[in-house]
Design a protein around this ligand. Sequence first.
Ligand code: NAG
Ligand code: NAG
Ligand code: NAG
Ligand code: NAG
Ligand code: NAG
Ligand code: NAG
Ligand code: NAG
Ligand code: NAG
Ligand code: NAG
Ligand code: NAG
Ligand code: NAG
Ligand code: NAG
Length: 761
Amino acid sequence: MRVTFMGESGRGVAGGAKPFMGARMLLCHSLLTVLLIAVTASPFNNTRPGCPATCGDVSIPYPFGIGPDCSLPGFNLSCNDNASGVKKPFIYNVELINISLLPAQARVYNYISWQCYNHTSNDMSYSTWRLNFTAYPYRFSDADNKFTVVGCHTLAYITGQNQKDSYAGGCVTVCGSSESLTNGSCSGIGCCQTSIPKGINYYKVSFNRNFNNSRVWKFNPCSYAVLAEADWFKFSTTYIKTRQLNETNGGRAPIVLDWAIGNETCEVAKRNTTSYACLSEHSDCFNSSNGPGYICNCSRGYQGNAYLPNGCQDIDECTLKDEYPCHGTCTNIPGDYNCTCPPGTNGDAKKGTCQGSRSNPFSSVKLVIGIVTSTSFALLLLLCIVLSLVREKRKLMRIKEEYFRRHGGRLLLEEIKSKQGLAFKVYTKGELEQATNNFDKNRILGGGGHGTVYKGILNDNHAVAIKKSKIIDDYQKKEFGKEMVILSQINHKNVVKLLGCCLEVEVPMLVYEFVSNGTLFQYIHDRNRTSHISLDTRLEIASQSAEALAYLHSSASPPIIHGDVKSSNILLDDNHNAKVSDFGASMLVPKDETQFATLVQGTCGYLDPEYLQTCQLTDKSDVYSFGVVLLELLTGKKAFYFEGSDEERSLSSSFLSAMKEERLLQLLDNHIKNEEDMELVQEIAELARRCLNVMGEDRPTMKEVADDLDRLRKFKQHPFLQHNTEEIENLLGEPSSYTENEISGCYSIEKKAAMDIEYGR
Ligand SMILES: *[C@@H]1O[C@H](CO)[C@@H](O)[C@H](O)[C@H]1NC(C)=O
Ligand SMILES: *[C@@H]1O[C@H](CO)[C@@H](O)[C@H](O)[C@H]1NC(C)=O
Ligand SMILES: *[C@@H]1O[C@H](CO)[C@@H](O)[C@H](O)[C@H]1NC(C)=O
Ligand SMILES: *[C@@H]1O[C@H](CO)[C@@H](O)[C@H](O)[C@H]1NC(C)=O
Ligand SMILES: *[C@@H]1O[C@H](CO)[C@@H](O)[C@H](O)[C@H]1NC(C)=O
Ligand SMILES: *[C@@H]1O[C@H](CO)[C@@H](O)[C@H](O)[C@H]1NC(C)=O
Ligand SMILES: *[C@@H]1O[C@H](CO)[C@@H](O)[C@H](O)[C@H]1NC(C)=O
Ligand SMILES: *[C@@H]1O[C@H](CO)[C@@H](O)[C@H](O)[C@H]1NC(C)=O
Ligand SMILES: *[C@@H]1O[C@H](CO)[C@@H](O)[C@H](O)[C@H]1NC(C)=O
Ligand SMILES: *[C@@H]1O[C@H](CO)[C@@H](O)[C@H](O)[C@H]1NC(C)=O
Ligand SMILES: *[C@@H]1O[C@H](CO)[C@@H](O)[C@H](O)[C@H]1NC(C)=O
Ligand SMILES: *[C@@H]1O[C@H](CO)[C@@H](O)[C@H](O)[C@H]1NC(C)=O
């Protein structure tokens, strides 16, 4: 254990030293200010000759431009009066807020979609918004934007498109009264947010009509949905009760666009010298990281606009002592600077290590005075720096300790001590920073709306996966230590092992075992995969995942509901052994059922329809979601998939109607359509249908599902038993006793959701 505590006495000392340090700090501050000489960069041209540099107070750097021949194709803007007669730049029909060349981004205002219930006339009014940039070089930044939905009984969908594929997602938010809401966090109660995929350049919002404000209009008349800059949005309870969200900025929200030149890579673009956009000398080309096309930047030592001839100008490093230190004679040269030690000394002047090499009797007095002055000056400076460092460090320690305490760290430590042999470690923030190379972007394994997962290499060369969540709610915060104790005791070969956690940060980080071969989702839907997935492998994966979930439901103590079962939460190791992951969404089953939070965590396409109505997460919700995973394994299709160009379908509803009309064969993955396995496939499909029963109580338990799959797997391995269908049927128990109504009820809910997407309502 390497957690350091600062006791009460430590705090006393820090407090006592404060007045003394205060005086010193003031001196240091003015000293440093004198030393820092701010130098502004020399101005350079940012537009083509004769083109306006600004519109209103927004500056317009090339490749953007206003007017003919002022911009690259796709980057022309218009400069019009807004409704109050102030000049504003517009792209297409949306107002531009600002442009940055690096990162290559622009911010625009897009409209907030809304639906409102009018109690007097008993009807709903709607306005839904779409933004189509397919003909422009812009795409919505997946890193900076979130699809944000505000309301108390709201299910909003976002559908979109990028170069390759169509996309559909959704977000549901529910709240029973306005009392349970808090300012600030968008946690699923009254507000929810979800990420979008890379490269989307078209999006459309629609509301599910069954979720409307007629039930909650007394405290929540309107719902809102918009794809907007995540940093811009701060949830306020007034958004629920009033129309304030829609009233600021004229019903608009900022969205961040990524842009790039053309649709080619740098290598291809350079071949055509007439169209290549990095026109300046001393410029470099980079392929865009979020879609086709490339961006230009000035080379090291130069600054300016790389898209204009002579746009990149040399940086005069000698006037920028902060960024380019020099403790000797500084000479600016193109693209760099020379920094040499004063005559008579040598060493590295950039690092300030010049030393006299021979004594010169004439200059020795000067030298001594110089050395004495500069040494005492340096000592004073050093003292200042040390003092402020010590202060900062103490502050940091106190913050760390506070987080550690708040997250139940002490309880966890006691628990670990009392349970000898528990392989669970409390990591320090420093250890995890080192393991992930300071949370380097290249180490990201995956991520979604709730957080990011990094690959980490610990000191002992052991690979781990580190999950850094974005938010947790207050309930989870208090219970965190306790939950860790329980989760750490889970030991099942098909559950990703929790190795430890880090509590010294605002949102605790979790350290998991590293699983090498990606997710089941990638495995099934990877288009580049050459070999087929055999039925054996599919059955093996299904059976192992089911066992893991059954273990969580019935053998863990207390029982654990996963809450977000989906193919991207099932990881595979090198031998294709399944490992269920992501307990970020899992909740321990509380003893007092009435305390249950109405927090929606699941993923569109996998969500239990009963849960949407009752807001009660049960073990049967996991069974439903697992049913959808079974369908993915059987059909090779995604939970929301596209048929033809634009028609989206929910896999579960297509499947249920296919089963009803006895045309299952059409849906199946081509690779498992072979004759001899058909009976077995039918049995798995039948099992999936039972999992997808609209009534939770009619679904089998996870244990039953696991047992059935295990037996089917054994049959597959011993083909001499395979044709004994009677026996298989016996093993599966009674044929499911669903009624027409239940199936069509389920069908209609899902179908309705799909239709709402199709018609953009
Ligand atoms: C900026 O543009 C003006 C004319 O438009 C030109 O005279 C001047 O030389 C340019 N400056 C640079 C640094 O290219
Ligand atoms: C950009 O230029 C094209 C062709 O000249 C024109 O059709 C389009 O309206 C312009 N776009 C804007 C925003 O001015
Ligand atoms: C026009 O722009 C000005 C300045 O940004 C702003 O104060 C005003 O509200 C805008 N008018 C409309 C109708 O958007
Ligand atoms: C653009 O505006 C946003 C928010 O108003 C601001 O945070 C950002 O720094 C601005 N970027 C530039 C390049 O001016
Ligand atoms: C609600 O509907 C009534 C009757 O159609 C109308 O008079 C009233 O203005 C509406 N209220 C709102 C807030 O739109
Ligand atoms: C988006 O705009 C492009 C061209 O402007 C058009 O071809 C395309 O059909 C539009 N997409 C949708 C979904 O409206
Ligand atoms: C949230 O903030 C708004 C003002 O920004 C305030 O009116 C409201 O009372 C706050 N709500 C809570 C629950 O603190
Ligand atoms: C609102 O939703 C309820 C179900 O929650 C539905 O019965 C009603 O028809 C919906 N109202 C409108 C106007 O769509
Ligand atoms: C939202 O704002 C827009 C523009 O100001 C307005 O047309 C619309 O009626 C507003 N909607 C609501 C629900 O207030
Ligand atoms: C790239 O853009 C050019 C012109 O804008 C277009 O003709 C071509 O089809 C595009 N290529 C791809 C692969 O999209
Ligand atoms: C190079 O780009 C120009 C302008 O886009 C185009 O007219 C020309 O056909 C291109 N040449 C080649 C060889 O692709
Ligand atoms: C910069 O330093 C190099 C060797 O370090 C030297 O060859 C060159 O002449 C110097 N240039 C200037 C302008 O002082």
